[in-house]
Ligand binder design. Structure first.
Ligand code: FAD
Ligand code: AMP
Length: 474
């Protein structure tokens, strides 16, 4: 029987870096995953690489470039006639990117000596795991033993009874990343990150998009002023986002979907060619045997862990989407590394107050730390500084000057409490704010750092100057 120091279950962004780190630290490590590629072959990478972060960004990039050529290139004096989109080619490109990256993980496993065990894992005890090979590799189940386990089994789309996915007209996010045609009328249930990104992809390519969102507020984790600006800009791009609209039922024939929803108790109806259900995701412990061996699970299905991702069974850790906290790839990775290092005897931890979030619309929305409304609710005395990209030379030069930066600092200590950005490349700009917060930075630190000119990062600099009361360019 194979015997390891650590077995990692799941090879998504929580599991595969954890396995690599364990092996780097000298632990005999195996990583088990059951994901199958479209040809039925086992593949690492999890949701993030196969059906999440990467394929969605590939399509967002293609659709952004298409939209630029169609609508903005003329402003630069670039004329192009007869621009068309080849959906098949766009999808082939996306699939190739996914394949290159997942193969890369296979290469890393070989390089660092992680044993890759494709198959479905079921825990028979805290030290004994049964592996059932799947897909093209299907065969006899076999047991492996281990001293430690890291569970990184991720999440799956939350199914809702009022809109059941049929993978034909009603699809989840995976289906929406593989459409073969551009649906003329596209409905999306849920205006969360995934709904907005998929709406942007297909809206830019020509779909008439309506997004139905049960909540009255748009993008709860984002500062209200930033979220409201984003709402207006996305609306101006043609995304018809209807807040306070709860979907109550759907019906479909062979060609179209009828969506029933309620807005302030008034019954409404929408007919679309496709409906994407983006109503959130739920933790995945199906078939894992976690409950049977005594692992505590919360009422919402998350594996219960302490701040170091340790479960109630002391040799078992759980990380990523399957535990509490934001469902984000980088949060999963940070937790996976922490778990690996703790198993190896290090005192690692994760700073949960400095995890950035991003929505890859255009402009992008990125944030870290608290919003002004959270700070008000907590009665924290804070200063805010703001800078619009309209006043940024670089943003103007690139023709993308919508949006703003907001920074919040503690009035007494000047510590940075939150940074919220709506603007071009906000996903990259937020890294500076995260770094500053990790180093316990102050508004004055950001204000004193020299930022290259002309860059978008000057907007963050100017917002910090504004928080200190000495703006230069507004
Ligand atoms: P997963 O990536 O879900 O991996 C879990 C793995 O465990 C899977 O491969 C699964 O096959 C395997 N597994 C489960 N059970 C078993 C078992 N019993 N035996 C063997 N293997 C098992 N996050 C971001 O940070 N940025 C983004 O831009 C972003 N975009 C997204 C876009 C979409 C459309 C979606 C759906 C998600 C996106 N996310 C994004 C979220 C991100 O994908 C997840 O937060 C991340 O993948 C979680 O990582 P994980 O390792 O916890 O789980
Ligand atoms: P997220 O959890 O960020 O992925 O976003 C999912 C969104 O779907 C949330 O904002 C929910 O409010 C929304 N949602 C869930 N169920 C419904 C429903 N029946 N009708 C409309 N919106 C919904």
């Amino acid at each position: 029987m194979k015997n390891y120091d650590v077995v990692v279950i799941g090879a998504g962004p929580g599991g595969y870096p954890a396995a690599i780190r364990c092996a780097q630290l000298g632990l005999a490590t195996a990583c088990i995953d059951k994901w199958l590629d479209p040809e039925g072959g086992p593949v690492p990478g999890g949701t993030c690489l196969n059906a999440g972060c990467i394929p969605s960004k590939a399509l967002l990039d293609t659709s952004h470039q298409y939209s630029f050529i169609k609508h903005e290139a003329q402003e630069h004096g670039i004329h192009s006639a007869g621009v068309t989109l080849d959906v098949h080619r766009m999808m082939t490109r996306k699939n190739r990117i996914v394949k290159t990256l997942t193969q890369g993980i296979g290469g890393l496993f070989r390089k660092y000596n992680v044993e890759w065990l494709p198959g479905e894992a079921r825990m028979l005890s805290d030290r004994l795991i049964e592996v059932s090979p799947v897909g093209k590799e299907a065969g006899e189940t076999y047991p492996v033993t281990t001293r430690h386990v890291i569970i990184a089994t991720g999440s799956v789309p939350a199914a809702i009874s009022v809109a059941q996915v049929d993978n034909r007209l009603i699809v989840d996010s995976s289906g929406a990343l593989a459409f073969t045609d551009i649906p003329p009328r596209l409905g999306i249930l849920g205006a969360g990150v995934i709904g907005l990104e998929l709406g942007s992809v297909w809206g830019r390519l020509g779909s008439k998009v309506v997004i139905l969102e049960a909540l009255d507020r748009f993008l709860e984790p984002v500062d209200r002023k930033v979220a409201e600006s984003a709402f207006r800009l996305l609306g101006a791009q043609g995304l018809d986002i209807r807040l306070g609209c709860r979907v109550t039922g759907t019906g479909s024939n062979n060609r179209e979907v009828t969506v029933n929803y309620e807005n302030q108790q008034e019954k409404q109806q929408l007919t679309v060619d496709k409906l994407i259900v983006a109503a959130g995701r739920k933790p995945n412990t199906k078939g894992l045997g976690a409950v049977d061996i005594g692992i505590e699970i919360s009422e919402h299905g998350f594996i219960h862990v302490d701040e170091h991702c340790r479960t109630n069974l002391t040799n078992i850790y759980a990380v990523g989407d399957v535990v509490r906290g934001p469902m984000l790839a980088h949060k999963a990775t940070a937790e996976g590394i922490m778990a690996a290092e703790r198993i190896a005897g290090h005192k690692s931890s994760v700073n949960y107050s400095a995890i950035p979030g991003v929505v890859y619309t255009w402009p992008e929305i990125a944030w870290v730390g608290r919003t002004s409304q959270q700070l008000e609710a907590e009665a924290i005395d804070f200063r805010s500084g703001e800078f619009p990209f309209a006043a940024s030379g670089r943003a103007r030069a690139s023709g993308s000057s919508d949006g703003l930066v907001r920074i919040f600092t503690d009035t007494k200590t000047d510590r940075i409490l939150g940074v919220h950005i709506l603007g071009p490349h906000a996903s990259e700009l937020i890294a500076e704010a995260v770094t500053a917060m990790e180093f316990d930075g102050c508004g004055e630190d950001l204000a004193k750092i020299i930022h290259a000119h002309p860059t978008l990062s000057e907007a963050l600099h100017e917002a910090a100057l504004a928080a200190g009361g000495h703006s230069l360019h507004i």
